[in-house]
Write a protein that binds this ligand. Structure first.
Ligand SMILES: [Zn+2]
Length: 110
């Protein structure tokens, strides 16, 4: 049996503002700080924060608990449109044939 390979093309980019749709941080909003295209995940500032206990080392100079943003599945976040709030991403092409992301609801540029 052969699985059909679906190469996911992530529409999200670093710097996008998104809202979390499911999981323990549902409803939280934040900025994407990293896109992990291979695993279809994103890291969102202040979302899915894990408390890491850290021992003092010469490298860190600081012991205690540090917050670390963990990746979440890109399917669990929605990009935020300035007009509509959480929305889906569509595309249009400008005069030069360049792909531009738009909001599927109001069709404004994202
Ligand atoms: Zn919109």
């Amino acid at each position: 049996m052969k699985m059909k390979e679906t190469k996911v093309n992530l529409k999200l980019r670093k710097g996008d503002r998104v809202r979390v749709l499911s999981g323990k941080d549902v409803g939280k909003e934040g900025e994407i700080t990293r896109v992990l295209a291979d695993s279809n995940r994103v890291i969102v500032d202040g979302v899915n924060v894990a408390k890491k206990h850290q021992r003092q080392t010469r490298a860190t100079m600081q012991a205690g608990i540090i917050d670390k943003d963990m990746p979440i599945n890109a399917a669990n976040v929605a990009i935020l449109c300035n007009t509509c709030g959480p929305t889906r991403i569509g595309y249009r092409f400008d005069d030069d044939g360049k792909k531009i992301r738009i909001c599927k609801k109001c069709e404004g540029d994202l």
